[in-house]
Design a protein around this ligand. Structure first.
Ligand code: SF4
Length: 375
């Protein structure tokens, strides 16, 4: 099983953010650090001390959790879950709260072995536009601190397609990242999420993004550059040096069971999906009753197939056609014959070794392709 822990606190809210996160409030951290052990205990009991192969502390900004909060939460995890000796244990951090080598060493001491650092850009103007609380210099310093602390598996997150960004400036960002030799890179295109300050800017006609053709060049040439440098693309936004693909995220894309704890966290266990209340105090009240994970919704067969196809086509491995046929009794290629011919002619998909996969250009327009395919 994959285990996800949501930490809903951030230094301040970024302008593009639609995640469950709120500005840090120590009274709420206290509530969180008291309630999470209750939820951990409840699920550990309910699932019979389940085996956990990957753990992911995401957010929000997990690195804002003070040491006293970690010392309440992590021992409970170890006690109530059967953690695999070769667990992949990721902790997300933002540069401004990952500068303390002792804090990072303490994480390693707990068993964390992968750090995911939200760099987003090495240009201060981009960071300011995004509303990030750190400067590029802090990202460099945090990376150095993480290495000094002993992290041998570090992932850096970036956002491309920002206002004023060009292919050359995006590639410059990637070159700076590659010089650091992280094990993994995640590169997300900027998306304007509803009800964010960025959406308000767009609605006012004040958001000027790079032209689509320029964005296309950023994505495809960026991915080619990373592959030349030894970072293989294994998913739409993910690149890794050999052996450093995220096992946790790969588990999601393979449709494995996952348990999500913390406010707003989602779980899918045995085909039943459950979402925690997003509000910290509402979630805490539920954790106190011990009635966690009640009221999930069973996914229909159609929903499961749909997710299976969508997730498989995000990956470089692609969709295993024989597995699709086994699940649905339908021949995917025949069902989509005309569209598949057109996509192949335009080099947006490739079919080989029994898999249908999107090319880099295909990844770029994956939403449009997924909308048109029948499955
Ligand atoms: S750091 Fe991440 S989770 Fe926090 S506000 Fe910014 S984008 Fe949202």
């Amino acid at each position: 099983m994959l285990l996800y822990i949501h930490v809903p606190f951030c230094r301040s809210k970024c302008r593009y953010c639609a995640f469950v996160s709120r500005p840090l409030d120590m009274a709420e951290v206290e509530v969180y650090a008291t309630s999470l052990p209750l939820e951990i205990r409840a699920f550990g009991k309910k699932l019979g001390r389940p085996k956990v192969e990957t753990i992911y502390f995401g957010g929000g900004t997990p690195s804002l959790l003070p040491p006293w909060a970690l010392s309440r939460i992590i021992p409970e995890l170890v006690k109530h879950f059967d953690i695999h000796p070769a667990v992949e244990w990721t902790f997300e951090a933002n540069p401004d709260s990952a500068l303390d080598v002792d804090y990072l060493r303490a994480l390693i001491g707990y068993g964390v072995n992968r750090l995911s650092l939200g760099v987003q850009s090495f240009a201060d103007a981009d960071l300011q536009f995004l509303g990030r609380p750190h400067k590029a210099k802090a990202a460099m310093a945090a990376f150095g601190a993480a290495r000094q602390a002993g992290f041998a598996n570090i992932s850096l997150d970036f956002i491309w397609g920002l206002p004023g960004q060009r292919e050359a400036t995006w590639l410059e960002n990637l070159k700076t990242a590659v010089r650091l030799r992280p094990e993994h890179l995640s590169c997300y295109g900027l998306t304007v999420e509803p009800e964010t300050p960025l959406a308000a800017l767009a609605a006012a006609g004040e958001l000027e993004l790079p032209l689509e053709i320029e964005q296309g060049r950023m994505y495809v040439h960026g991915a080619e550059y990373l592959e030349e440098q030894g970072y293989l693309q294994y998913e739409i936004s993910s690149f890794a040096r050999m052996g450093f693909q995220s096992r946790h995220n790969s588990g999601y894309w393979e449709g494995r069971d996952y348990l999500g704890l913390g406010p707003g966290a989602v779980s899918t266990l045995g085909g039943v999906r459950h979402e925690n209340p997003r509000d910290v105090r509402e979630w805490a009240a539920l954790a106190k009753t011990g009635r966690c994970g009640i009221g999930g919704v069973a996914l229909t067969r159609e929903e499961r197939v749909r997710e299976f196809v969508m997730l498989a086509l995000r990956t470089a491995k692609g969709l295993r056609l024989s597995l699709y046929r086994r699940l649905t009794g339908i021949d995917f290629l025949k069902e989509n014959e005309g569209l598949i011919t057109a996509l192949r002619q335009n080099e947006l998909i490739r079919i080989s070794a029994g898999h249908l996969r999107l090319t880099k250009n295909g990844f770029l327009v994956s939403n449009l392709i997924l909308e048109r395919l029948r499955y």
